[in-house]
Design a protein around this ligand. Structure first.
Ligand code: PMP
Length: 430
């Protein structure tokens, strides 16, 4: 298998685009090697510019729950394009998608559309601060909420402390209102509330997908809800990744905990750039022009993007049981891989939620970011490279989640398991 064309394209891109990519994780930095340049996608497959074909378990990092070039989404986009790309004025398509999302999420009465997950979360935090009149926020180590300044804060070794920025260019002053807690550890949350009486919101990925797949325990989320209620703090579920992936009715429908604000992205745009945040009518009334909290966007609610999102979500809603099919496939995949690893003497931790799957080369269960960091990164890198060679495109970092689409067949799953057995055997000389 040659990836010569990808190597050349990467070299050329590096001269013009920092690191050769427009989003860092695409550079394969954590696994080494050269990123694959994509020529096209079709159903469950990607084809690179060298002509190699892969079963795609990344799916644009989540949006493509129906795989590449889904007929109904493609048709909706082409139809929308014929009427104009953007107007900067209201269209019926925005109300139609809003209606659909509101019908799927109990916690959402009203919604606003933006163009990315980052924007959705940034705006939701501003709304929470505007609504409560408070400044501080609590986030969890290992949860990613986009690249806005006050959210680019990582671990202080799990200690509850006011966060330090994790990127140059973010003034410490901008993150001094961000408190850090440990995922699935309610005591760490209680410490935050002991440290500050000014907490506007707690933001969490209820099904974390940015430290690998690490779902929050139900009891932990219930406790979190209780603490927020006792303190007049809003609870934000960041479902940019898990929304319409783990369940079509949100994490609230499977965890039993209802958030005050939900942020969405990825699937909601059907592959086009869309983010959104929604809440009760009372909270959303604070948003401009109804209320004083400012938020805006030239391309927000873009008609082509709305058409793609509507096609994707209406298809999902009509085919609700498909989530069980996807989950069965995702489960079979990671269970098969785990069994193959076990035969080579390697312990794998696995989990799934709907069409999301995760696996760690780790001896112990993974409950938080520190646990995830104890995984065998070297083994993961070798596994990733081996699977690419076999024609299976997995996310190029152990801290990412995998995705199954409706185009991913049972046969492809079995082939992936077989390939994983071969690759693990070769790596471990098993
Ligand atoms: N929140 C979560 C949970 C995410 O997974 C992501 C992106 N992976 C974001 C926010 C940011 O979304 P975007 O990349 O569209 O800005």
């Amino acid at each position: 298998m040659s990836t010569e064309a990808s190597s050349k394209a990467f070299e050329q891109a590096q001269n013009l685009i920092p690191g050769g990519v427009n989003s860092p994780v695409r550079a394969f930095s954590s696994v080494g090697g050269t990123p694959i340049f994509i020529a096209e996608g079709n159903g469950a497959y990607l084809t690179d510019i060298d002509g190699n074909k892969y079963v795609d378990f990344v799916q644009s990092w989540g949006p493509l729950i129906f795989g590449h070039r889904d007929e109904s989404i493609e048709a909706a986009v082409i139809e929308a394009v014929k009427h104009g790309l953007s107007f900067g004025a209201p269209t019926q398509a925005e109300t139609d998608l809003a209606q659909l999302v509101v019908s799927m999420f109990d916690s959402i009465d009203k919604i606003r559309f933006v163009s990315s997950g980052t924007e959705a979360v940034m705006s939701a935090i501003r709304l929470a601060r505007g609504f409560t009149g408070r400044d501080d926020i609590v986030k969890f180590t290992g949860c990613y909420h986009g690249h806005s300044d006050s959210l680019l804060v990582q671990a202080g070794s799990g200690a509850v402390t006011f966060g330090n920025p994790s990127s140059p260019g973010v003034p410490a002053d901008f993150t001094k209102h961000t408190l850090l807690a440990t995922y699935n550890d309610i005591e760490s949350v209680k410490k935050c509330f002991a440290d500050s009486q000014d907490i506007a919101c707690v933001i969490i990925e209820p099904i974390a997908g940015n430290m690998g797949l690490v779902p929050a325990d139900k009891e932990f989320l219930a406790e979190l809800r209780k603490i927020c209620d006792e303190n007049g703090t809003l609870l934000i579920f960041d479902e940019v990744m898990s929304g319409f992936r783990a369940s079509i009715n949100g994490a609230e429908s499977i965890t039993g905990t209802t958030p005050d604000i939900v942020t969405l992205g990825k699937v909601i745009g059907g592959g086009m750039p869309v983010g959104a945040f929604g809440a009760s009518a009372e909270i959303m009334a604070k948003l401009s022009p109804e209320g004083p909290v400012y938020q805006a966007g030239t391309l927000s609610g873009n008609p082509v993007a709305m058409a793609a999102g509507f096609a994707a979500l209406s298809k999902l809603k009509k085919n609700a049981p498909v989530m069980n099919v996807l989950n069965a496939r995702a489960k079979r995949l990671v269970e098969g891989m785990q069994a193959a690893a076990s035969e080579c003497g390697v312990t794998m931790q696995i989990d799934t939620r709907g069409s999301m799957f995760g696996f760690f080369f780790n001896e112990a269960p993974v409950k938080n970011f520190a646990d995830a960091c104890n995984s065998d990164a070297e083994l993961f890198a070798k596994f990733h490279a081996g699977m690419i060679k076999e024609g299976f495109y997995f996310a190029c970092s152990l801290y990412e989640t995998g995705f199954i689409s409706t185009a991913t067949t049972d046969e492809m799953i079995e082939d992936t398991i077989k390939a994983s057995a071969k690759v693990l055997k070769a790596i471990t000389n098993g």
